[in-house]
Write a protein that binds this ligand. Structure first.
Ligand code: GLA
Length: 379
């Protein structure tokens, strides 16, 4: 009898091993996803999430979608809610993709971000032709009303205005500023609040830890507050490098913004490991870098990122998250701009056709050292 039991156990064990081998063979990376979740580990501190692409929303990229489901508790649409896609021609709204995005968030119990209502870039073409103040004002209010009301109670946070500032902290000469004057920011926030009084409202921009731009953003927030427009948060995009901005400047910024009573969100976090063309040639921000396409100096890791660089990046992420934890009372959300290195926008910006490695998951959907370093902080 004992022998029969032992033989059956042996056969059972063999079957288990072979099942797990065939699972691994079917899985082209030969590895499994991590069992632990970033958002669970940080759930007592802040939301952690990712921007998701059209392919993910349409469930065409299920491996990265499963990372989103398992690791994150907040989502931002990489493009689906931008003006050019939502209202490509006057008063003609296309909600299919945006609806699916919101549905995904609701089904997975995510904190859902709406990005973005008023932004000079990725606008519909017709908007760039408007010169008349009343026409522009009607378009903007109709856009905000229609969208915010449609997703009332579903979208939790709105990036109401994106990138309204120049690097020196003055207001950008956008089509909105040109046609509407500087009150367009206040009006946009007031309209968003009217559309959904319970939604959290944010101003979002890049380089917001640079002293001059920070001063400008602080003025912009104070101005909204003075005019009794509701603003709950500032969104610091956080497209950062290995050495800049310094932890010191980030900390100063957290303290300065929190001093105005708004929460901080780090909304588009990624850390590029590639040479920065502005440093190489000292060029203006608007410069086109096509002359660098294919230049191996600007694309030093086309096959794989060396271990030393992976470690450097992991340390940088660790330092940043250590700071976030230190100021957790002031921070409500951290969102990565994408899920895996494979589809990061930084493979094509500011120089096209490079191989960058800015995120926590590699091209085989596997967690990198950076992922581990963030998780280890919570052990
Ligand atoms: C800005 C925008 C984002 C996105 C990134 C680059 O940061 O806010 O929506 O377009 O640029 O992909």
């Amino acid at each position: 009898m004992m022998k029969i039991i032992k033989t059956s156990l042996f056969i059972f064990a063999l079957l288990m091993v072979s099942a797990s081998c065939s699972r691994k063979l079917n899985d082209n990376s030969n590895q499994q996803e991590p069992q632990i979740s970033l958002s669970d580990s940080y759930k007592n501190h802040f939301f952690i999430g990712a921007a998701i692409s059209e392919d993910q929303i349409l469930e065409k990229d299920n491996r990265s979608l499963s990372i989103v489901r398992n690791q994150y508790n907040t989502i931002t649409p990489e493009n689906a809610l931008k003006w050019m896609f939502l209202q490509p021609s006057p008063n003609k709204f296309e909600f299919d993709l945006a609806d699916k995005y919101v549905e995904f968030g609701l089904n997975n119990d995510m904190h859902i971000v709406g990005h973005t209502l008023v932004w000079h870039s990725q606008l519909a073409d017709f908007m760039n032709e408007v010169t008349d103040k009343t026409i522009m004002s009607n378009y903007v209010s109709n856009h905000i009303n229609t969208i915010v009301k449609r997703y009332k109670g579903k979208i939790d946070t709105w990036d109401v205005v994106n990138e309204a500032l120049n690097e020196d902290g003055t207001l950008r000469e956008s089509i909105f500023l040109k046609t509407l004057g500087e009150n367009y920011i206040i009006d946009a926030f007031k309209l968003a609040e009217k559309g959904d009084p319970n939604a959290e409202l944010a101003y979002n921009d890049y380089n917001l830890c640079n002293p001059k731009k920070r001063e400008g953003a602080l003025r912009l927030i104070e101005n909204l507050q003075k005019e009794n427009a509701k603003i709950n948060a500032v969104g610091i995009q956080a497209h950062w490098k290995l050495n800049t901005p310094s932890i010191n400047e980030i900390e100063k910024s957290i303290i300065a913004y929190a001093g105005l009573g708004v929460k901080l969100m780090f909304t588009e976090l990624d850390i590029s490991v590639l040479p920065n063309p502005w440093e190489v040639v000292g060029a203006a921000v608007e410069q086109n870098f096509d002359k660098f396409i294919g230049d191996p100096k600007m694309n030093p890791y086309p096959e794989r990122l060396p271990d030393s660089m992976l470690q450097k990046q992991a340390k940088r992420y660790e330092d940043i998250f250590e700071l976030f934890l230190k100021h957790e009372d002031k921070i409500s959300r951290i969102t990565f701009w994408g899920v895996t290195d494979k589809t990061s926008w930084l493979n094509d910006w500011p120089i096209k056709e490079r191989t960058n490695y800015p995120l926590l998951f590699d091209r085989n959907y596997q967690p990198k050292q950076a992922y581990q370093s963030i998780l280890d902080l919570k052990k």
